[in-house]
Ligand binder design. Structure first.
Ligand SMILES: [Zn+2]
Length: 170
């Protein structure tokens, strides 16, 4: 008998910072149970249909369930964080914001759970939080290819979380 308990993820579904349980990099916000077909998220309108979540017209008689991205947004519990800093950040701010929004648009179209939660402006930094661990990398790589600078990644070894930082070149 194989015990899948450690592979699937935390059985209580809420141990977000669980350690050993998250070895397989499972997002603890992901439902362990497949939604019924079709299901719609009443908050963002994403539709579960044909075995996957997608952007689609709301099907008639759909079940409702708040999706994992909206649950993260409601809990204010990001899976990814990218910090942008550097002395010339201000000078490139418009372009940077455009790159960030553009990358989100592309990623989110394909993957409804990969979204920006917030873009916070602090003194000389911009801090962007996301609902997933892929979007920060995508944004970072795209900033680097457009404006160079220094990019670093820090994946948590035992949690579903990534921290990216990008230093704008002078
Ligand atoms: Zn949603």
């Amino acid at each position: 008998m194989t015990d899948f308990g450690n592979i699937i993820g935390p059985t209580d579904g809420r141990r977000r910072w669980g350690r050993a349980q998250n070895r397989a990099f499972t997002d603890p916000y992901k439902s362990l149970k497949k939604p019924l077909e079709p299901t719609v998220c009443p908050q963002c309108g994403a539709v579960y249909h044909g075995g996957r979540w997608q952007w689609a017209e709301r099907p008639p008689h759909a079940h409702e369930e708040i999706c994992q991205a909206c649950r993260r947004i409601n809990d204010n519990f990001p899976a990814g964080l990218i910090t942008l800093f550097g002395s010339s950040l201000r000078e490139h701010k418009e372009e940077i914001l455009q790159i960030i929004q553009n990358q989100e648009r592309i990623e989110k179209a394909e993957h409804p759970f990969n979204r920006i939660m917030k873009i916070d402006e602090e003194a000389d930094k911009l801090v962007v939080t996301t609902t997933d661990i892929h979007l920060p990398r995508r944004i970072g790589e795209s900033l680097k290819s457009a404006l160079h600078g220094e990019l670093t990644f820090d994946y948590e070894e035992d949690a579903y979380f990534v921290r990216v930082s990008w230093k704008c070149s002078d």
